[in-house]
Every structure is written in structure tokens, then in C-alpha cells.
Design a protein. Structure first.
Length: 450
């Protein structure tokens, strides 16, 4: 049994029922095997055994009172995974699906994603099973304040810098930061995704979506292709999806889909971005509202999707941008995409494709950008926000966007060159994982057994 297989087997035995975490670890460690065969030092120093165990796991109670005076209780989590190259950095997710396994998978992925940016950021993740949907602003404020009453003990500008994720946007970051400031009597760059008036960075909102498109452009450029004039399918209707669609329009592409937890829309004329933003960022409504305003669009409820399929991926497209959540793109979806002529998949979400779907893309040798590389733009600009906070000097949108584009280009080149080094030039999964791993693992060896 190989070194990586031994560690995966032990991990599954010691962490039962954490399926998403198992999946993330298996995807990374399996692709590292060519490096592990070449460099025996990683086994000698037990790097994999140490890497898959978080440095710290914090689980806490979050009591809060709803608008009817009812006392509610949720779980709170912060998994501080690795600080070999910098302070813990990673988002907070508020969603009913959140549990220890989900947060561990996200934190593990974050370690390599942050490494790829070349910025000094370790990996961590957190969140709660709290559902912001249908809650009033006051209920969300009370929850965020209670959540921060415990979290503040474990974070800091040079210790752990959380950001947003699913269910945590500018509103939630504001409430969290306000409570942190009250509890600590400090105005630190301790959260990213802040409001522009109080330490936020221009282009942070757009960063993940824009970066995902920049990464796709780099993959296609290598093959003499472009996105201009091409039909694109995008899943999700949150921050990542909206700004992926926006950037696709800017580069001349035609995005025709979006989706949420209830269903999807297909607009053959191209998604009406202003309407999508109005529905999701202002009115906070279901995408069913879109088809009421746009007669050219079709709405399909999740209940009408084919078995084991996501309706978004049944739409013929040149490029696909999975931008919703984990495991939203199955092996069956991958086969449908390829059959319909898809040449490029650039992941805006964290681990949106199942391992079986990834294998299909790799075997087909299409342009496939794994999430830890393609969606690193968000955390990259979070790092740039930290730099602006430290210098107390905000940058222009153009400067931040230019740095973002440069970082995404460098991530692609690093992953591509590493894939070539190990004899599989189209395998950016292996390239990104090995490139991200080497920096972290070598730093762990330098710092001793800690």
C-alpha cells in the first residue's frame, strides 16, 4: 500500500461519517503520489499524517433570540488547519448543511489554495448550521453577535483572519466585526470582506468570479482558444456566480444559466445581469422571480431535474463554471457536458465536482481548472485587503484587479509547469496539488515537529 493510501485509510477509520473531508483528502493525496515517490523526505517527516489533522478544532454553542422571543441554539465551528506559511485564513459559512466534516474539507482545501496564491496565508475555515434565509436583519445581527462572543477569543490580525462564504456576505461581516471591535476594543484587520468605509477592499466582491474567468482564459490561451462569443453555463446565483457572469460578459462570452437551491434558469438571450442582481442582492428572492420578468427565460425546479443530474449542466455550452456548492457536478453531468461539446470547466465553488466527474474531465483532457486553483481569486484579494489594512492605504479598483489577474495567471502557470514536470501536462489537478503542497510541506519540515 502506498504512503498516501495508508494515510487515507487511517483518516477514514479515525474520522467516520465525514464524507466530504474524506473526498477532499483522497483527491489531494492520491494526486501527490508522483511527488511522494520521488521525494521520500515527506514520508520520513510524516508530513501527510500531520497535514490531515487540523492544528486546532473549535466547536461552540451559539444561543440567540429570534424576533418572537424564542431562544434558539446553533453550533459554531472554527477549524484552524495549518499555519506553516502564515496565519489561518478562510471563510465562515452559515448554512444548515454545515457540520464538522464540511468545515474540515473546506479548511483542508484552503491550505493549498492559499499556498497557490503565494501570499503569506495559512488555511482555516469556520461557520455554523444557522440558516440566514428568511431571517430578519435583527435576527441575523443577534446571531452574529452571539457567534462572535466565542469566536473573538481565537482570531486576530496575525492569528486567524476569517472572511465570508455561503450565507456570510457584507451584512454578516459587518455585524461580526462590530461585535469583535466591542469585545476587544481594537480596530484590527481581523475580518476580510469588510465594508469599503471601514477597511474593505475594492474588487473583493468581484474577486472569486473574476478570478475564475481569468483562470479559464489562461487555460484556453494555452490551446489557442478564447471565451469570446462562446456560450457558457454558470451554476449558483450568489456572489461567485453573479460576478463570474459579469466578467464573462466583459470578455465577450454569453452566460445563459444560473441556479439556486430551488431550481435553475436558462435564458438563451443571455442572463440579464441587472435583473439577477436585483433579485438576489436586493430582493433576496428565488430565481422563479426571474422568469416573471424575462419571458425569454425558462425555469426548471430541482424536483424536475433528471436523477443524479444538475439541470444546469444539461444546457449545451463551450465552458462551464460550477459556482454553487460541493458535489454539484456528478459523473453523469460530466458525461453530458462532454457529449454537448464542453471544452472548458473552471470551478468557482469549493469541490463542486465529484471525484468521478474529475476523472472523466482528466481522461477527456479538456481544460479543467480545479477549485483550489480556479477559485483562489477571492482569498487572494482577501490577502490584498489584509495588506491594505496593515498599511492603512486603500488601493484603487484597477490596482486590485490588476494584482488579481496577475495572481491568477501565476497560479495557472505554476500548476501547468508542475504538471509538465511530472509528465502529465493537462492534469492541473495534480499540478495545483503538488505546487500548493510543496510550499506548505517544506515549511513544516523547516519548522520542526510542531
Amino acid at each position: 500500500m502506498s504512503y498516501s493510501a495508508q494515510v487515507i485509510a487511517s483518516l477514514k477509520e479515525k474520522n467516520p461519517s465525514q464524507n466530504e473531508f474524506h473526498q477532499a483528502v483522497q483527491e489531494v493525496l492520491t494526486s501527490l503520489q508522483p511527488l511522494l515517490d520521488k521525494e521520500k523526505k515527506y514520508e520520513k517527516y510524516a508530513i501527510l499524517e500531520r497535514l490531515v489533522v487540523p492544528e486546532r478544532q473549535i466547536i461552540f454553542r451559539v444561543p440567540w433570540v429570534d424576533d418572537n422571543g424564542k431562544i434558539c441554539v446553533n453550533y459554531g465551528y472554527r477549524i484552524q488547519f495549518n499555519t506553516a506559511i502564515g496565519p489561518y485564513k478562510g471563510g465562515l459559512r452559515f448554512h444548515p448543511s454545515v457540520n464538522v466534516g464540511v468545515i474540515k474539507f473546506l479548511g483542508f482545501e484552503q491550505v493549498f489554495k492559499n499556498s497557490l496564491t503565494t501570499l503569506a496565508m495559512g488555511g482555516g475555515k469556520g461557520g455554523s448550521d444557522f440558516d440566514p434565509k428568511g431571517k430578519s436583519d435583527n435576527e441575523i445581527m443577534r446571531f452574529c453577535q452571539s457567534f462572535m462572543n466565542e469566536l473573538y477569543r481565537h482570531i486576530g490580525a496575525h492569528t486567524d483572519v476569517p472572511a465570508g462564504d455561503i450565507g456570510v456576505g457584507g451584512r454578516e461581516i459587518g455585524y461580526l466585526f462590530g461585535q469583535y471591535k466591542k469585545l476587544t476594543n481594537r480596530f484590527d484587520g481581523v475580518l476580510t470582506g469588510k465594508g469599503l468605509n471601514w477597511g474593505g477592499s475594492l474588487a473583493r466582491t468581484e474577486a472569486t468570479g473574476y478570478g475564475c474567468v481569468y483562470f479559464a482564459q489562461e487555460m484556453l490561451k494555452e490551446r489557442g482558444e478564447s471565451l469570446e462569443g462562446k456560450v457558457c453555463a454558470v451554476s449558483g446565483a450568489g456572489n461567485v456566480a453573479i460576478y463570474t457572469i459579469e466578467k464573462l460578459y466583459q470578455v465577450g462570452a454569453i452566460p445563459v444559466t444560473a441556479s439556486d437551491s430551488k431550481g435553475m434558469i436558462y435564458d438563451k438571450e443571455g442572463i440579464d445581469l441587472a435583473l439577477l442582481k436585483e433579485i438576489k442582492e436586493v430582493r433576496r428572492e428565488s430565481l422563479e422571480s426571474y422568469v416573471k420578468a424575462k419571458k425569454s427565460a425558462q425555469y426548471t425546479a430541482v424536483s424536475a431535474y433528471d436523477k443524479d443530474c444538475n439541470g444546469v449542466w444539461s444546457v449545451p455550452c463551450f465552458a462551464a463554471f460550477p459556482s454553487a456548492t460541493q458535489n454539484e457536478l456528478s459523473a453523469k453531468d460530466a458525461q453530458i457536458l462532454l457529449k454537448n461539446g464542453c471544452k472548458c470547466v473552471s470551478e468557482g465553488a469549493n469541490m463542486p465536482s465529484t471525484n468521478e466527474a474529475i476523472d472523466i474531465f482528466l481522461q477527456a483532457k479538456i481544460c479543467y481548472g480545479p477549485g483550489k486553483a480556479a477559485n483562489a481569486g477571492g482569498v487572494a484579494v482577501s490577502g490584498l485587503e489584509m495588506a491594505q489594512n496593515a498599511s492603512m492605504n486603500p488601493w484603487s479598483f484597477e490596482v486590485v484587479d490588476s494584482r488579481l489577474h496577475e495572481i491568477m495567471t501565476n497560479i495557472y502557470q505554476n500548476a501547468a509547469q508542475t504538471a509538465k514536470e511530472f509528465g502529465d501536462p493537462t492534469n492541473l489537478v495534480m499540478g495545483a496539488n503538488i505546487a500548493g503542497f510543496r510550499k506548505v510541506a517544506d515549511s513544516m519540515i523547516d519548522q520542526g515537529v510542531v
